[in-house]
Ligand binder design. Structure first.
Ligand code: AMP
Length: 286
C-alpha cells in the first residue's frame, strides 16, 4: 500500500484491497466503487463525487482490463497516467485507488469468465464479440475484491450499464448499480479517455456524433416513429462527415437493446462511430 496522506491510499494488491474493504465494513462504513480504466477526466470525476457523497468510503479502481479489448493495438495506445489519475481522484474525494497490475488480476492459469447471452450480443457486443465477457468478468472480480454497497457507471456506456445491472440482479451480487449522466465538452462531445487521441481536425469532426443524436431526437419529436427511417436520417448526418465511419446506429429498447417495430419515448439512439482510427460511442434517450 502507498500512503498519499492519512486518509488517501493507493492499493496495488487484491489482498490489501480486501483487507481495506473488510475494515471499512467492520466500522459500519458503506463502500462506493467507481470502476475505471484510467486517464481520468471530468466524466469519471462526476462518478467519484457521487460515490463520495453517498458512501462512507469511495474507492476508484484504475485498471485497463486487457480482457475487454479486442484489438491489442487499442490496449497498447490506451493512456496510462496513474499519478495524474490518483491526484484527480483524490481531489474529487476518493479515499482509495485500487490499481492492480495485470498479473494481479489474472494470474497464470486464470480460467473463469462471466458471460451473458442476448443483450451482450447486440450493438457493441456485435462489433466487439468478447468485449462484454471481459467487462462482466472484471466487474464481478472488482465487486468480489472491493465489496461495494454501490457501484457507479456512466450512461455514456449505456449498454455496459444495462448489462452490469442485469448481471448484478441475476447473480444476486448485493450491490446497487447506479447510472450517472454523461458529462460533455462545451461543444457536446461526450468526454472520453479516447478523445485525447483525436487530432485537431478529427476533434472538430467528432462533433458529428452529438449533432446526429440531436437531429435524430428532433426527427422523432416531429413524429417519425419508423426505426429504419429514423436510423437512415441519422446515418446520413454522420456520412456527411468525411472523417467519420459508422460502426453502428441503433434505435433500441434501453433494457434489451433490441429494436422495436416502432420507436417509442424512452428508447435510446446509440451510436458507435470511428473518427479516423478512434472509435467513439454516445447515446441519447428519446
Ligand atoms: P472507462 O474508464 O472509459 O471504462 O469509464 C469508466 C466509467 O466512467 C464508466 O462507467 C463510464 O461509463 C464512465 N464514463 C466515461 N465517460 C463518461 C462521461 N463522459 N460521463 C459520465 N461517465 C463517463
Amino acid at each position: 500500500m502507498t500512503k498519499e496522506n492519512k486518509d488517501q491510499i493507493i492499493i496495488r494488491t487484491v489482498s490489501d484491497m480486501q483487507t481495506y474493504a473488510r475494515a471499512a465494513r467492520l466500522r459500519g462504513e458503506s463502500i462506493g466503487l467507481v470502476p475505471t480504466m484510467g486517464a481520468l477526466h471530468a466524466g469519471h470525476l462526476s462518478l467519484v463525487r457521487r460515490a463520495r457523497a453517498e458512501n462512507g468510503k469511495a474507492i476508484v479502481s484504475v485498471f485497463a482490463n486487457p480482457m475487454q479489448f479486442d484489438d491489442p493495438g487499442d490496449l497498447a495506445r490506451y493512456p496510462a497516467t496513474l499519478d495524474a489519475d490518483a491526484r484527480a481522484a483524490f481531489g474529487a474525494g476518493a479515499d482509495a485507488i485500487f490499481a492492480p497490475g495485470e498479473r494481479e488480476m489474472y494470474p497464470e492459469g486464470f480460467s473463469t469468465f462471466v458471460d451473458m447471452t442476448g443483450i451482450s450480443d447486440r450493438l457493441c457486443g456485435a462489433s466487439r464479440p468478447s468485449h462484454f465477457r471481459g467487462v462482466l468478468t472484471v466487474v464481478t472480480k472488482l465487486f468480489g475484491i472491493c465489496a461495494p454497497d454501490r457501484a457507479y457507471f456512466g450512461e455514456k456506456d449505456a449498454q455496459q450499464l444495462a448489462i452490469v445491472k442485469k448481471m448484478a440482479s441475476e447473480l444476486c451480487l448485493n450491490v446497487e448499480i447506479i447510472g450517472c449522466p454523461t458529462v460533455r465538452e462545451a461543444d457536446g462531445l461526450a468526454m472520453s479517455s479516447r478523445n485525447a487521441r483525436l487530432g485537431a481536425d478529427e476533434r472538430i469532426s467528432a462533433r458529428c456524433l452529438f449533432r446526429a443524436l440531436n437531429e435524430g431526437k428532433a426527427i422523432f419529436e416531429s413524429g417519425e416513429a419508423d426505426p429504419g427511417v429514423l436510423a437512415s436520417h441519422i446515418r446520413s448526418i454522420l456520412e456527411a462527415e468525411p472523417r467519420a465511419r459508422i460502426d453502428y446506429v441503433g434505435i433500441v429498447d434501453p433494457l434489451t437493446f433490441e429494436t422495436a417495430p416502432s420507436v417509442r419515448a424512452g428508447n435510446l439512439i446509440a451510436l458507435a462511430v470511428y473518427i479516423g482510427d478512434t472509435r467513439l460511442v454516445d447515446n441519447t434517450k428519446l
